[in-house]
Design a protein around this ligand. Structure first.
Ligand code: G3P
Length: 218
C-alpha cells in the first residue's frame, strides 16, 4: 500500500518525505487555501515546489465544474510536471473529463467519492486513482471502511485497474484498516502517519535497553 500525505504544507511534506516511506502527495482547494496559497501563478508554483520535494504522484485539483473548464485546467496542471495527477470531482462533467484525460494519457484522481456506484463510474472512465472519503462517511454515522471493502471486492471481481486511494483519513487506525480492507493507497495527515509509530512498549523497551547498555558500559 502506498503512503501519500494529504496536505499543501511544505514543512509537513518535507517531514513525511524524510521518513523515507512517502510515495506521493494529495492536495485540494481547501488545503491550498489553508496554507494561504492564492492566485493562479502562486498555486501553479506551489504544485511545482511540491513536485520538487517528493518523487511521487502529486494530485492537483481542478476548480472548474464544466467539461471544457476541467479539461483546460487539467491539461495545464498535467503540463507542470510528469508526476502531476489531475484531481477531478465525481460529477457527470468530471467523469466525462476523466474519460477524455484517460484517452490522452493524462492520469487522474477522482475525488469526493462516497458510494460504490460512483466508484464503478470512475473505473469505467479509466481513473488512475479513486478517492473515497472515509472520514467524512464515518462523520455521518455510516462506515467508511465498509465502502473500501465493497469497492475493493468490486474492482477485484471486475478486473478494474483504478487504484483505491483511501482519503479523508483521520487517525492511524484508519490507515491500518484501509490496508486490511484492500486500499492501494492511503492519503493521510502527518499526525495519522506519526501515530503509527506509537506504542508504550516500544518506548519502555528502548528506555530499558539504553539503561542496561549505560549500566554495563558506564
Ligand atoms: O483529499 C481529501 C481529504 O483531504 C478530505 O479530508 O479531513 O477534509 O475530510 P477531510
Amino acid at each position: 500500500m502506498k503512503f501519500f500525505i494529504d496536505t499543501a504544507n511544505l514543512d509537513q511534506i518535507r517531514e513525511a518525505n524524510a521518513l523515507g516511506i512517502l510515495d506521493g502527495v494529495t492536495t485540494n482547494p481547501s488545503l491550498m487555501a489553508k496554507e494561504g496559497i492564492t492566485g493562479h501563478d502562486n498555486v501553479m508554483q506551489h504544485y511545482k515546489t511540491i513536485c520538487e520535494i517528493v518523487d511521487g504522484d502529486v494530485s492537483a485539483e481542478v476548480i472548474s465544474t464544466d467539461f471544457n473548464g476541467i479539461v483546460a485546467e487539467g491539461e495545464k496542471l498535467a503540463a507542470l510536471h510528469k508526476n502531476i495527477v489531475v484531481k477531478v470531482p465525481m460529477i457527470p462533467e468530471g467523469v466525462k473529463a476523466i474519460a477524455y484525460f484517460t484517452k490522452k494519457g493524462i492520469r487522474t484522481n477522482c475525488t469526493l467519492v462516497f458510494s460504490a456506484g460512483q466508484a464503478i463510474l470512475a473505473a469505467k472512465a479509466g481513473a488512475t486513482y479513486l478517492s473515497p472519503f472515509i472520514g467524512r462517511i464515518d462523520d455521518s454515522s455510516w462506515d467508511g471502511m465498509e465502502l473500501i471493502e465493497q469497492i475493493s471486492h468490486i474492482y477485484s471481481v471486475q478486473g478494474y485497474e483504478t487504484e483505491i486511494l483511501a482519503a479523508s483519513i483521520r487517525n492511524p487506525l484508519h490507515i491500518v484498516k484501509s490496508a486490511q480492507a484492500g486500499a492501494d493507497v492511503v492519503t493521510c495527515p502527518l499526525s495519522a502517519i506519526m501515530g503509527l509509530f506509537k506504542h508504550p512498549l516500544t518506548d519502555i523497551g528502548l528506555a530499558q535497553f539504553l539503561a542496561d547498555h549505560k549500566k554495563a558500559n558506564g
